[in-house]
Design a protein around this ligand. Structure first.
Ligand code: SAM
Length: 448
């Protein structure tokens, strides 16, 4: 039991809803959460042995794609090469459910919008689950948070993603009737953190809930307009209030005759709390005292009707300078050449426009060297001639920005530790020169 007191209005609301379960719910709100991570699977790299080698113990969570619960050594997670090279994302398991639901209802090659994306946990999962085969537009209005989003997208190899920075309430002015799948992980009153975060606790009142609910209805309606017929909107928050959850869903259903709520609960999770079974039975609620995860709400709404979009995809020639390094014969990407650098972007949905803050992923520098982000992402396809095996100690030194003396190999382009791509290098004299982008060396404190 904590000495800190929750706001009276909060206690009253949730005692009425939860009855006898209220006290255990309140106690759980003050407890630190067990750490979990999700493996970036599409790379096809075995990250677990390296994680376990550091003494970290973890177990797979059944039913949640590639999510592991850390049972020992969580403090060492950020020291792993897997974490530093974008192989694992440390996240709350509930956060994986919205992208899992959206990708289960939308074709992998579809066009996606992530309305409120920073710092990017769900966009990273979305890019991973679609294997970068579609196209994702990730929006974040806060310029500061956009930086974290861009950093994470580069680190985790989300090259099918482009970022924009608009208020969610006006997205429909730019993207009406455009997307196959939309994720709205809305800004909210954050009640889930009310026990553990002083700012959330001190800032909570009924008025905040009402203001957030109004903002959510406005963003949700704008997102709805951006959806193409046949497409799906997944709405989620990490707060408990029905005003910010079921009532936002009800608002969309009442105001749009083409909106149909999909049953994503299927009796597998806790249900809604409004008493309206038409909504409650179909949505998902995750309660921290029941599931040991952060509290979450998720709903999926489909737009009925016939899709009238005309989608054009351009054709691009392969880029042999990049392909010389790789055993890769897919052609679902295109390469754009900038000033001394090249970027990889998806081939599909090339016609989608926007003032992109970032698009695709940096691939090569000066048309000669792979970037480290490219090595992390495409490591599994790099031809043996360009690879050099290094020790754990050398990998740790590399991640700190040091060169590797005495390791030069003619034509070396990438270093690997036990099959994990660690980064890009170049042989200079007898050393392997460290080509890790300074962006990754100095951006480590960025939010994830
Ligand atoms: C719950 S967080 C998103 C977390 C993110 N989806 C993830 O998984 O990492 C909500 C985000 O909404 C953004 N936001 C705030 N006001 C917004 C608005 N008017 N339109 C769109 N997004 C907004 C916040 O800056 C914040 O980054």
């Amino acid at each position: 039991m904590s000495n800190l007191r929750l706001p009276e209005g909060f206690k009253k609301t949730y005692s009425e809803i939860l009855g006898n379960d209220y006290q255990i719910f309140e106690d759980t709100l003050f407890k630190d959460r067990v750490k979990h991570f999700r493996i970036n699977q599409h790379r096809g790299i075995e990250y677990l042995p390296e994680i376990e080698e550091l003494g970290i113990k973890c177990e797979h969570l059944h039913g949640l794609s590639a999510v592991y619960k850390v049972t020992e050594g969580a403090e060492k997670l950020t020291e792993t090469i897997a974490f530093q090279t974008g192989g694992i994302y440390i996240m709350n398991p509930s956060s994986v459910i919205p992208p899992m639901i959206l990708t289960s209802l939308t074709d992998q090659t579809g066009l996606f919008l992530d309305v409120s994306a920073a710092p990017g946990g769900k966009t990273v999962a979305l890019a991973d689950l679609t294997e970068n085969k579609g196209r994702i537009i990730a929006n974040e209005p806060s310029k500061k948070r956009l930086k974290s989003l861009n950093y994470n997208l580069e680190k985790y190899g989300c090259w099918s993603t482009a970022t924009i920075s608009l208020d969610g309430r006006i997205l429909d002015r730019h993207y009406e009737n455009t997307f196959d799948g939309i994720l709205l992980d809305a800004p909210c009153s954050n009640e889930n953190k009310i026990g553990r975060n002083d700012t959330v606790r001190n800032g909570w009142d009924d008025d905040l809930v009402q203001r957030m609910a109004k903002l959510q209805r406005e963003i949700a309606q704008s997102a709805w307009e951006c959806l193409a017929a046949g497409g799906t909107l997944v709405y989620s928050t990490c707060t408990f209030s029905k005003e910010e959850n079921e009532f936002v869903v009800r608002f969309i259903l009442e105001n749009n005759s083409d909106a149909e709520l999909i049953d994503i609960n299927k009796d597998a999770y806790s249900k809604g709390i409004t008493g309206d079974t038409n909504i409650d039975d179909k949505v998902i609620r995750v309660w921290p005292h029941i599931q040991d995860f952060d509290g979450f709400f998720i709903a999926a709404i489909q737009k009925t009707g016939k899709d009238s979009r005309k989608i054009k995809n351009k054709k691009f020639k392969p880029y042999d300078k990049f392909e010389k390094f790789l055993n890769i014969h897919e052609n679902n990407y295109r390469i754009c050449k900038g000033d001394g650098t090249s970027f990889i972007e998806p081939l599909l949905h090339d016609g989608i426009k926007g003032r992109f803050d970032k698009s695709g992923m940096q691939l090569m520098k000066h048309e000669k060297d792979l970037t480290s982000a490219a090595v992390w992402e495409f490591g599994n396809f790099i031809k043996d001639d360009f690879k050099v095996a290094i020790t754990r100690e050398e990998a740790d030194r590399y991640m700190k920005g040091f060169d590797l003396p005495g390791k030069a190999v003619n034509g070396a382009a990438a270093v690997f530790y036990e099959g994990i791509p660690v980064g890009s290098v170049k042989s200079v004299g007898s050393s392997l020169k460290n080509k890790l982008d300074r962006y990754f060396l100095y951006g480590k404190n960025i939010e994830y």
